[in-house]
Design a protein around this ligand. Structure first.
Ligand code: ZN
Length: 270
């Protein structure tokens, strides 16, 4: 007879499946059935551990996708900045070349103007001064022409740099697109697997007696798969704390045992 119940004419026992509490309190079971139920709890814990490890792995894999995309996005952004810098340098060099060419043209015009004045020079001295000015302008323009040629060569190289930078951006954008597609595809697969595993997990969790389930939910919420630990011969598989012989005996009977080191719910590995 369960404690707290009296026999009445219309009394009905609660559904066995929803009966709360410890297996040892399950009055309707024989000793053999209780041991059986306990070992099925041990089996359930082992299975739950396996499923939590799997879920952890799937979540890690899922988290990897967005990280890969972020790396690709950063690369595209960096290359775009490089492209912008290359374009800006080219633009500045072109402006400089235009300025120098204008300077050259202005000086050439002045030479023509000075040459015109040679014919109307009032004195030999004025004539000589004009000649010197023309010569100075010609020399200055020779230097400027060299500078302009050098600058135009540099502009050609810069234009090639811009083209290469554009190619690099295009390539990185293409790779990013491929990464996005691949991540979307893999994520969909992983999410499906995760949902299936969660359903499987829920199916095993109901096999835990209520009291143990509350403890289980607490440790799993706090520590995920590490909230459950298999026992390797005589120590906790998670933190390697050696267990007392009493704990090992209780485990052998299929009773729930908590690791005194890390607090994990223990189960036998064999
Ligand atoms: Zn432990």
């Amino acid at each position: 007879m369960p404690p707290g119940f009296s026999v009445g004419p219309r009394f009905e026992y609660p559904e066995k499946r929803t009966w709360p509490g410890r297996i040892s309190d399950r009055w309707w079971m024989s000793d053999a059935e209780r041991v059986g139920a306990m070992s099925s709890v041990a089996e359930a814990l082992k299975e739950l551990h396996r499923l939590h490890v799997k879920i952890g792995g799937l979540k890690d894999q899922l988290a990897r996708g967005p990280r890969q995309i972020a790396v690709g996005e950063k690369r595209v952004a960096t290359l775009q900045e490089e492209l912008e810098r290359a374009r800006e340098s080219l633009k500045r060099a072109r402006i400089l070349a235009d300025e120098k060419q204008l300077q050259l043209k202005t000086r050439e015009d002045r030479i023509v103007d000075l040459q015109g004045k040679l014919n109307t020079a009032a004195s030999n001295r004025e004539y000589q001064t004009l000649k010197e000015q023309i010569e100075a302008d010609r020399q200055a323009n020779a230097v400027l022409t060299d500078e302009i040629l050098e600058l135009l060569e540099r502009i050609d190289r810069m234009a090639e740099d811009v083209e290469q930078a554009e190619q690099r951006v295009k390539e990185a954008e293409k790779q990013l697109g491929q990464t996005r597609d691949r991540v979307a595809e893999i994520s969909a697969e992983l999410k499906e697997q995760l949902e299936e595993t969660m359903r499987e997990l829920a199916g095993v969790e109901v096999r835990l007696p209520d009291e143990l389930r509350r403890e289980y939910e607490r440790v799993v919420r706090a520590r995920g798969s590490e909230g459950l630990a298999g026992v390797d011969s005589d120590s906790c598989g998670a933190c390697h704390q050696t267990l007392t012989s009493q704990m090992l005996n209780e485990l052998a009977l299929g009773k729930p045992v908590f690791c005194p080191g890390c607090g994990a719910i223990l189960f036998r590995c064999e």
